[in-house]
Design a protein around this ligand. Structure first.
Ligand SMILES: NC(=O)c1ccc[n+]([C@@H]2O[C@H](COP(=O)([O-])OP(=O)(O)OC[C@H]3O[C@@H](n4cnc5c(N)ncnc54)[C@H](OP(=O)(O)O)[C@@H]3O)[C@@H](O)[C@H]2O)c1
Length: 243
């Protein structure tokens, strides 16, 4: 049986690391011995997480995924500290629910730019360093909304479909260069994202939802897979959620 890869000393760049799935992935990866470069807009959250994980294991960069230069700074911080980048997890995302006429132009632009363009900029920033390190993993956090339309989420689902198209094409482009591309597609996950979408923290439905740690576990397991195989798409539901 092929052994799980040892992640000790591997360097992983994660966007959207100040909360939810990205923060849980950072914690689980450091517990496995990996080093993490963490991106997000909230300085205080990044400082807290780096303090928790240890400055030898983590570096935080205040950045906005919508700006290519910010993504470059995040990758540069990892290179400066550890001299390599093995994997990148474009995870930053926002969700706004409602009909297509219910939001302002600026809100919809923000969602499209963050979820789709942000993913493109993060991959483009990390890829040269990953290729220099001999290949690695691109693990894009999309959604089950990347495969089907949903009620009151037309534009959000569109951004998540766009990530699916991006990943499928990147897989064809990069596999021969030693880069695996995986989509992690969770169903509803109890994070600030879900609360922000009009629900409250005590919403009883959250008890049945995935947790940030569930999704982070899928990210870590993807990175641990032997390099002889790859997971193209990993959809996740909790046992209580209808697929
Ligand atoms: N929760 C769900 O139900 C669910 C289901 C399926 C898929 N997903 C996907 O999972 C991913 C993570 O979501 P989550 O549930 O963990 O949400 P979350 O707890 O709200 O975390 C979102 C993260 O994205 C960051 N972020 C947002 N806009 C950013 C920007 N412009 N630049 C840099 N960072 C930015 C936030 O950090 P700052 O605010 O500090 O910048 C935060 O760290 C998203 O791509 C989402 O679409 C979520």
């Amino acid at each position: 049986m092929p052994a799980a890869r040892d992640l000790t000393g591997t360097v992983v760049v994660i966007t959207g690391a100040t909360a939810g799935i990205g923060r849980a992935a950072a914690r689980q990866l450091v517990a496995k011995g990996a080093k993490v470069a963490l991106g997000g807009r909230r300085q205080e959250r990044l400082d807290e997480l780096v303090a928790e994980l240890g400055a030898d294991n983590a570096v935080g960069v205040v950045m906005d995924v919508r700006r290519p230069a910010d993504n470059a700074r995040l990758v540069a911080a990892a290179m400066e500290k550890w001299g390599r980048v093995d994997s990148v997890v474009p995870n930053a995302g926002i969700g706004m629910y409602g009909g297509i006429l219910d939001h302002t132009d600026d809100e919809l632009t923000e969602m499209m730019d963050t979820n789709y363009a942000g993913t493109v900029w993060t991959v483009r920033a990390a890829l040269p360093a990953m290729l220099e390190s001999g290949g690695g993993d691109v693990v894009i956090v999309s959604s089950v909304a990347g495969f089907r339309g949903g009620e009151d989420e037309a534009v959000y689902a569109g951004t998540k479909h766009a990530q699916v198209g991006l990943a499928g094409s990147l897989d064809r482009e990069l596999r021969a260069k030693g880069v695996r591309v995986t989509l992690i597609c969770p169903a509803g996950t109890a994070t600030e994202f879900a609360v922000g979408a009009g629900r409250t923290e005590d919403d009883p439905r959250f008890a049945e939802w995935l947790t940030a740690d569930d999704v982070a576990h899928a990210i870590v397991t993807t990175l641990e897979q032997p390099r002889s195989l790859r997971t193209a798409i990993w959809t996740l539901w909790s046992m209580g959620q209808q697929s």
